[in-house]
Design a protein around this ligand. Structure first.
Ligand code: HEC
Ligand code: HEC
Length: 400
């Protein structure tokens, strides 16, 4: 019987297709299996997790729950109690309209929810208000690190013309003149007179108690492995490896506390902010800002020193492109170089989503803090302060 070449061919083709599909199924299966293995690996103690991938120059600290707040001898219950009242008291400002809480509001993740802060006389500031949560763990404070620790910082916003615009001595005289404050000052300092140093100690005592509660990721690290979904675990893996976030966001705070230029300096354009350079004057510091903690991130937007971003996806896409987004700036002669730790990442959209879902595990409902009754203030304080506090301002996008 003559062979039917056509028939033979088609049988041959069919077997090829069969073999091919078997290979594909096996490959997909093994990929799924690999993914499952990875997830199981993360459901082990941290010592069993896959190694992190960071650049050689980086000495990354382990991700971990926050340690206990270190004690300082100047912080007592009485200094904290006095500091809480002063934190909410607009009489520290020249106009009598601005308190610390105006720009660091408990219901806004201790920020003001604005792109950049508006201060004295509604003057538009240039920087995004920073959260006060976990601030006690940082050594260098402000986006540019111009304060060393809380005691060094507190008197600055009171005097800043853009913020509370007070003459410090006058502000202290105003508080000392309020009868109702005397017993609290006495209890805190064994003297009924406030001084600049005592003012700083009191407010710093209150501010340093703003510390995150344990979030889902903390509990996951402590062995509650059902706290993270599989997608969030994939995001954690990306955070530690391919996405290179741990080049800068590491340790219990998810911040190295250091300064980097990630590409948002707007060099030689409108909205230019040279960051750390403005404090140190060092040429190499141009465009550098402090790496923020990623704890409580969901409550502290808009994000970045200039409030540029209003959602996580935008931020992650920008990192994914190695921040070439700002390439126009980079092409300007003399532009400060990007940190070498920022590189294009080649993540898929699915990976970006996983990373984003991991970022959502770093938050816990913020502390609820009631506005205290202030000495000799009457009852109109909360309206006074809350009026100042605009939460629904549409963030402006810098598009120039
Ligand atoms: C008009 C708004 C405004 C007022 C009022 C204000 N702040 Fe701020 N605060 C900001 C802005 C904006 C930043 C970031 C500034 C920068 O980096 O240059 C900031 C930063 C901080 C930081 C640094 C946090 C960190 O992680 O480094 C602390 C702490 C702080 N403020 C505490 C206070 C205290 C205490 C008061 C009251 C005495 C106060 N602020 C009043 C807007 C304000
Ligand atoms: C080179 C160090 C570096 C790397 C790598 C890095 N970051 Fe950042 N990150 C920073 C600095 C610095 C800022 C503040 C920049 C600014 O405001 O101009 C920042 C800001 C952020 C913010 C905004 C936080 C806020 O409070 O405004 C988020 C979210 C963030 N980074 C997430 C990530 C993620 C996720 C990755 C990994 C894909 C990553 N970062 C990689 C240094 C880095």
């Amino acid at each position: 019987m003559p062979l039917n070449p056509n028939r033979n061919d088609s049988t041959f083709n069919k077997s090829l297709i069969k073999i091919f599909s078997l290979i594909v199924v096996a490959l997909i299966g093994s990929m799924g299996h690999g993914k499952q293995n990875l997830i199981e690996q993360y459901r082990q103690p941290i010592s069993e997790w896959p190694p992190i991938e960071v650049d050689e120059s980086v000495n990354a600290q382990k991700l971990a729950p926050l340690p206990q707040l270190p004690e300082v001898e100047w912080h007592t219950p009485a200094t904290e109690n006095l500091g809480k009242q002063l934190f909410f008291d607009p009489r520290l400002s020249k106009s009598g309209q601005f308190a610390c809480v105006s720009c660091h509001h408990p219901s806004q993740g201790w920020t003001d929810g604005r792109r950049v802060s508006a201060g004295h006389d509604r003057s538009e500031g240039t920087r995004n208000s920073m959260t006060l949560i976990n601030v006690a763990y940082f050594e260098s404070l402000f986006w540019d690190g111009r304060a060393e620790g809380l005691l060094d910082l507190i008197l600055k916003p009171i005097q800043s013309p853009m913020e509370m615009n007070s003459d410090l001595d006058e502000a202290i005289d105003r508080i000392n003149a309020i009868d109702g404050y005397r017993p609290f000052i006495q209890e805190a300092f064994d003297s009924d007179q406030l001084t600049p140093e005592r003012l700083a100690i009191a407010i710093a005592s209150f501010v340093r108690t703003r510390v995150s509660f344990r979030n889902d990721f903390d509990r996951f690290m402590q062995g509650e492995h059902s706290r993270l979904t599989e997608q969030q675990i994939e995001g954690l893996h990306l955070f530690r490896t391919k996405a290179k976030c741990m080049n800068c966001h590491h340790g219990p705070l998810l911040s190295d506390g250091q300064f980097h230029h990630t590409g948002l300096s707007y060099y030689d354009r409108r909205f230019e902010d040279l960051g750390r350079f403005e404090h140190t004057g060092e040429y190499d510091d141009r465009g550098k800002f402090r790496t923020p903690s990623l704890r409580e991130l969901s409550f502290t937007g808009p994000w970045m020193h200039n409030g540029l971003f209003t959602n996580f996806t935008g931020i992650l896409r920008m990192y994914n492109h190695g921040i070439t987004f700002n390439s126009r700036v980079q092409k300007k002669p003399g532009a400060p170089p990007l940190s070498p730790l920022i590189q294009p990442l080649g993540m898929t959209m699915e990976e970006i989503q996983a990373l984003e879902s991991f970022l959502h595990t770093l938050n816990r409902i913020p502390h609820f803090v009631r506005t205290p009754d202030l000495p000799n203030m009457g009852s109109n304080l909360s309206t006074k302060v809350s009026e100042l506090h605009t939460t629904n301002e549409k963030p402006l996008l810098i598009s120039e």
